[in-house]
Every structure is written in structure tokens, then in C-alpha cells.
Write a protein that binds this ligand. Structure first.
Ligand SMILES: [Mg+2]
Length: 245
């Protein structure tokens, strides 16, 4: 009776699934904005996207974006849209640099994700290897990590946006770069991400996925995309890791 109850208890089942994900992970691939910090916490991403759109319009290039892209309020959607129409152009380089400058400005007001810092340190201490696999600029990631004293936990494995924008997630390029550089099989790794594009990239690379959702909306997006393991806080991950150490 008791064991039946345990087996069908969804909370116990989820804890067990989480434990399994954590135990198997020799390499942990972190998305940056979301699981590690809220990059634009004090500096809205929507405003950054708007500024990029305004700049394009100032160049007489309003017609490059569809109405939906202009209204997306997502700087990466704007960037990818321009890249699709003018791949590898100076225009794309200029836009990418503008986004990087905005991201660099945002690092000073970025809000660390609760439990991310101790989780990163603990995972490093128990011998797992960590990498960052992000659509943000690697310069931004390095600046943030240095400010938190976390550089050594990841260095040199920071794989971010390059001039090749078709490689942004959901393309698995940055995950594959990390796996190759670290000599890791996909199944021995774990990706932690907060958006469906992280999940799709992980699936494509064959890497198990743990979703981090700081609110119900983000959780629904992840679950609708097919994520089966999603946590609302990194605290239970830290507790499980400490319990097995
Ligand atoms: Mg993210």
C-alpha cells in the first residue's frame, strides 16, 4: 500500500526523475539569460528590441522586418530576421554589435538567479564540468561571470553568439561545440535552459534537458514544447546535488 502510494505520487516521481538527470550529468551546459541571471532585469529586452527596430528604420530599412517581427519585442528575433534577408552582411554585423553593447550595459543591472551561484560552485566542486551555451554574446557572459567570481567554474567553455546567426539556438551549434571541446557524449551531458529554443537545441543534440521556469507562463511554454523535467527554482537541484555529494 505504502509503496503503491510512493510510486504514483507525482512529486516523488518528479524528484526521482530530477535525481536521475542530475546523477547522470558529467557535463552541464547552461543557458545564460534565465538559469544564471536575468540579464535584462533592470534594462528591458523589449526596449532593446525597439531601439534596434528604430535604428533600422533610421537607416531607411523599415521594410526589412515584418509587422510581427517589429512587434516581437525580442532582440534575437529582430537580429535573425535581418540575417535571413541579408546573411553575413555589414548590416547584420552592425546590428549584432549594437545588441552586444546593450547586453554589456545590462550586465551591471543583471539579477542573479536564486541559487544559481551556489549550484554552479557545488557542481564544480563535485567534479562535473560546466559550460555556457547561449545566444548572448560571449563577451557579456565573461563580464557577468567575472563580476560574480564564477569565471573559473566555466572557463574556457563559453559558447555564445557568433557572427553566424543561423547558428543561434534552436540550432544545436553551441551545444555541439561544447560537447566536442569537452569530449563528452551527448547522453553524459545535461542542458539547463528556460525557453523552448533551449529544449529544441538540446533534443537536436541528443542532450537531456532540465527546464528552469521562474513563473507559470514560462513553465507552460516549456511543457507545451515537450519538456518533461521543469523546476520553478534551482533550490531542489542544489539540495539533491548536496545530498548525493
Ligand atoms: Mg534563456
Amino acid at each position: 500500500m505504502t509503496s503503491d502510494t510512493t510510486q504514483t505520487d507525482p512529486v516523488a516521481a518528479e524528484t526521482e526523475a530530477l535525481q536521475e538527470l542530475i546523477t547522470r550529468a558529467r557535463v552541464v551546459l547552461w543557458d545564460f539569460d534565465g538559469p544564471i541571471c536575468r540579464l535584462f532585469a533592470g534594462h528591458a529586452a523589449a526596449k532593446v528590441a525597439d531601439d534596434l527596430v528604430d535604428w533600422l528604420e533610421g537607416q531607411g530599412l523599415r521594410g526589412l522586418l515584418s509587422e510581427a517581427e517589429r512587434r516581437s519585442l525580442d532582440p534575437h528575433i529582430v537580429l535573425r530576421a535581418v540575417d535571413r534577408r541579408h546573411p553575413g552582411s555589414d548590416l547584420v554585423d552592425e546590428l549584432e554589435e549594437r545588441l552586444t553593447q546593450e547586453e554589456l550595459r545590462a550586465t551591471s543591472s543583471a539579477m542573479p538567479t536564486p541559487y544559481a551561484d551556489p549550484l554552479i560552485r557545488t557542481w564544480t566542486a563535485v567534479g562535473s564540468r560546466l559550460a555556457i551555451t547561449t545566444n548572448n554574446s560571449p563577451r557579456v557572459v565573461r563580464t557577468y561571470l567575472a563580476g560574480r567570481g564564477l569565471t573559473a567554474c566555466f572557463s574556457p567553455h563559453i559558447y555564445g553568439r557568433t557572427q553566424e546567426l543561423s547558428h543561434l539556438k534552436p540550432d544545436p551549434h553551441c551545444l555541439n561545440r561544447a560537447l566536442n571541446a569537452m569530449g563528452s557524449a551527448p547522453s553524459a551531458a545535461l542542458m539547463i535552459g528556460d525557453t523552448p529554443s533551449d529544449l529544441f537545441a538540446a533534443n537536436e543534440a541528443g542532450v537531456p534537458f532540465l527546464g528552469y521556469a521562474r513563473n507559470d507562463h514560462k513553465e507552460k511554454l516549456l511543457r507545451d514544447a515537450g519538456a518533461t523535467a521543469v523546476v520553478a527554482s534551482l533550490e531542489p537541484v542544489l539540495n539533491l546535488l548536496r545530498a548525493q555529494a
